[in-house]
Each structure stands twice: as C-alpha cells, then as structure tokens.
Ligand binder design. Structure first.
Ligand SMILES: [Zn+2]
Length: 353
C-alpha cells in the first residue's frame, strides 16, 4: 500500500483504481475496452428489445421503429465507438449484436440468416462496418487539427512512434477495410472532411455488401430482394396509411420465409407431404407461400382486394408481387393481406400442441 506523505500531516493511503472516467468513457487500467463495449451493447440491446416488442404487438410500425433506432439507440451508442471499436474481438462482438437486433425487429429466431433480416430493415452496414466509419472519421478529424493543437500532436506522435496505441490500432482497422487514411486520400482527392466521410462510408458499405452477397449466395431471398431493401424508408416517405406501415413487418416476414404455412398433425415437420394450415390442402412445405397467396381458398378476399387495386393487371399473381416496392400497384393491398396472413399463422401455431 502506498501513502501520500505531506509535511505536517499524517500519511494518507493511496487506493489503486482499476478504471477512471475520461472523455465521458470509463477507461480500464489495462486499456482493454471490450468489457465497456459489451456493457454499452447490453444497454443498447435492452432498448432494442423494448422497441422490437412494441413493433411485434403492432404498437409501432417497423419504419417508425427504424427511425427511432437510428436517432435514439444508434445515436447514443455511437458516442465513443471510435475508441471501443479497436478492442481485440470488437468486430465480432459488434456484428453479433447488430445481427441479433436485426433478427429481433422482424421476429426471426437466432438460427435464421441475419443478412436477410438486416436487408429487410435497410441496413447495408454491419455492426463492425458502422464502427469502422466512426474510426475513419475520427482519424480524419484528428489529422485535420492545426499543427500546434495538443490533441492532434499527441495523435500524430503516437502514429509515428509505432508503439501500441489507438493511433496504430485504428490505422490497422482502416487498412483491413481497404479505406485510405486521411493524408493519403487528401493528397489524392483534396476533398473536405464531409467528402472523406462519404468516401469511407462508400468503401465500407461496398465491403459489407460483398459479404452480404457471399452469405446469401443461392438463398431464395435474393430472388425477391437482390439489393438491400428500401421498403421501410420508401413507405414512410410515401405517406402510406398506418395500417399498411404496420403490415410491412409481415411483408418482411413473408419474404424472409419466417412463416410456417404447412403442418403435419398440427406440428412443424420435415415431411414432404404436408397440409395448408388455412385450408388443409395437400402441399410440399416449399409450396406453402405460393399456395397461400395464389391459390388458397381461405384467402379469396385478400386476393380479390389485390386484384382490384388500381394498376394491377388481370390475372396478376400476388405471389409474384412479394418483391414489389411501396408505390407499386397493389402494394398496399398485398401488405395488409400479409398482415392478416401473419396474424392467422401466428394464431394457428399458438394453438398447436
Ligand atoms: Zn390453403
């Protein structure tokens, strides 16, 4: 135990601390930011769970929830993320968290493809990708400080020294993403900080989309949505009725294949011969969705509403319009029908043995 000794005063014991607060962040004495990152993710995860619950029970449309997520949850979580992102293992932890949140917003179980859920939410960037954009912008901001700025001088000194530091770790992170550091980019493009942010975001988004394409290679979802869906933002911008905005989550769930529409003895089954949960027609499991939308006798009303919508041609199959975007003929009718179908399927399985 060390003591502070001042002349004329009794020794005062000095208590070691393992963390201290600086720049609004809690720093560990060993400079490992992973515990703090996990703590912040847990808090953000609890907020996501509350919001996802409101969406699931119909209280909040998914489009509104996504705007709330970006403004409130992401807006708060991104504070200091440029620092936490360089912790060993941070990328994996960030990706896993955002993937879990994406699944929770459309009600997908943990084993379903997270890229599909993220696509339906309109998230082109992974969790690590979002953090990498913050790191790039932070580095550029520090590089752009005046020569005599103390903060900037410490950053440039750490960068040049080569010893372990945030400056070195963040440079490695940018190199892993294929993003040019500010001085190199500035010499090439002579652009502003805002232009550099746009450049970094474009490069990082490109890497995330390449990973998405690889993860969804051969997945049936790609036929419905080859690119990241913009449905939520478009539906909101078009001013679709609230009932339709609420039903967009069900459209996502249908496209993501989250609804089980066939049964065997009122149980989920891998059997090749199954039955429609609505009309008991004999089906193969993969025929459930096209049957419900195009043929099923239990949904003649929904099919008629879609067929009579302005712009929908005679004989148009609703199943072929599942990939259509908001504003397309019959989108509103199809979305509201999807909402009813989702509710009926959920009711069926909640009463199953
Ligand atoms: Zn049926």
């Amino acid at each position: 135990m060390f003591h502070l000794r001042l002349v004329g005063r009794p020794p005062v014991p000095i208590h070691p601390v393992e963390q201290h607060l600086w720049l609004g962040l809690r720093w560990q004495h060993e400079q490992n930011f992973l515990p703090l990152l996990n703590q912040r993710l847990a808090a953000a995860g609890a907020q996501c769970a509350s919001l996802a619950g409101l969406v699931a029970n119909g209280g909040v449309p998914l489009a509104v929830a996504m705007a709330t997520f970006e403004m409130v949850i992401e807006g708060s979580f991104r504070f200091g993320r440029w620092l936490l992102a360089v912790a060993p293992g941070a990328s994996e932890v960030l990706n896993a968290a955002y993937e879990g949140w994406a699944r929770s917003f459309i009600g997908a179980p943990p084993w379903r493809n997270a890229m599909v859920a993220a696509s339906e939410l309109g998230w082109p960037l992974s969790g690590a990708g979002r953090a990498a954009v913050d790191v790039a912008v932070r580095r550029a901001t520090l590089w752009a400080l005046p020569e005599d700025d103390l903060y900037g001088a410490v950053f440039r000194g750490s960068q040049a020294a080569g010893h372990p530091s945030w400056a070195r770790a963040s440079l490695c992170l940018l190199q892993d993403w294929g993003v040019e550091d500010w001085p190199i980019w500035k010499a090439r493009c002579a652009g502003s900080l805002a232009a550099y942010k746009a450049y970094a975001k474009t490069v990082i988004t490109g890497r995330c989309l390449a990973a998405r394409a690889q993860a969804l290679d051969g997945h049936p979802y790609v036929q419905l949505r080859p690119c990241v869906s913009q449905d939520l933002a478009k539906g909101y911008a078009l001013g679709l009725p609230t009932s339709c905005l609420r039903a967009q989550r069900s459209v996502s769930r249908l496209r993501a294949g989250l609804l089980t529409l066939t049964h065997r003895n009122r149980r989920r089954s891998w059997a090749r011969l199954q039955y429609c949960i609505f009309c008991e027609a004999t089906l193969a499991p993969e025929e459930g969705l096209s049957h419900a939308l195009n043929v099923c006798g239990a949904w003649t009303k929904g099919r008629a509403a879609f067929g009579q919508a302005p712009g929908v041609g005679a004989g148009a199959e609703p199943g072929a319009s599942l990939g259509a975007e908001p504003g397309s003929p019959g989108y509103q009718q199809l979305a509201e029908w999807a909402g009813a179908l989702d509710s009926s399927a959920t009711e069926f399985w909640s009463g199953a043995p």
